[in-house]
Design a protein around this ligand. Sequence first.
Ligand code: C2E
Ligand code: MG
Ligand code: MG
Ligand code: MG
Length: 279
Amino acid sequence: YAKHSRTIAVQLYESGMDERRLRRQKLAIALQAAIEQDQLTLYYQPIFRLDSGDIESVEALLRWSSPEFGMVHPLEVIAVAEHYGLAHRLNEWVLQSACQQLHHWHQSGYYWLKINVNVSPSIFMDGELALTVQKVLQSSGLDASTLVLEITEDTSLWDTASSVETLQQLRELGIEIALDDFGTGYSSFSHLRQLPLNKLKIDKSFVADMTTDPRAYNLVKTIVSLAGSLDMKVTAEGIELPEQKDQLQQLGCELGQGYLLARPMPGDDMTEQLLHHTR
Ligand code: C2E
Ligand code: MG
Ligand code: MG
Ligand code: MG
């Protein structure tokens, strides 16, 4: 009997695997079409200077509402793209769209605004990122200094000297590099020493706990001071409560984003928000 039930469990496990693989395959096919037919969109979440309340930048965040699958979480979209060889085209689409939108805002008079664009780790491996960025900057007519690329602490990223080279090429173009979700990944002090980074983003899990957990608070404090001593700007993500904002400000954290300040929104809503924003 035990043998029999184990067999069923294995079968269930395997059919579960099949279902997941099937969903991913179908997602990949739909995603490819969505990229070609321009069915993806970007939302924008402002990043504020905590002292003055000024908007410093907006982070572009991928949204895909598929007729077949509904809203697909951006991390699943990225995972599917990575697995089925669509990552390069997806990243290029995101970059192109984000830069076009920013150029539009610059032309409307918000010339001081920057844009943060997330790039997936595998893109650093194909060696073409700097070329792609250069191309996109040229075709959108954007000043390089207004583009910030956000990368996450993925182990594979740091393993090769070529990633450092890619980052250096990007810096030479004049764009900025931010290390996203800092504190949750695999970065070591030697990475921080070797990589040409301009910004650290404190992961929202630390911010979420900082007002209730002294250890989280002390970690945030340490990251802020670490960033300062390495001459990097620091941004806190996921600010949801006034107390979090107050504490971050007291610690000298320069920039912040989160639902308390503004949620991610469609481009038109962001334009509206800029209209009422004096700087
Ligand atoms: P991320 O880059 O760390 O982006 C911040 C995430 O936190 C976003 O989730 C944002 O909506 C969410 N967020 C902002 N404020 C708050 C807050 O106060 N509380 C909480 N709980 N969450 C907040 P989202 O848009 O679902 O994106 C998830 C992740 O997917 C991103 O994390 C990023 O790693 C990835 N991603 C999103 N768009 C892109 C893209 O265009 N390209 C790539 N490669 N990755 C992307
Ligand atoms: Mg990000
Ligand atoms: Mg983040
Ligand atoms: Mg994150």
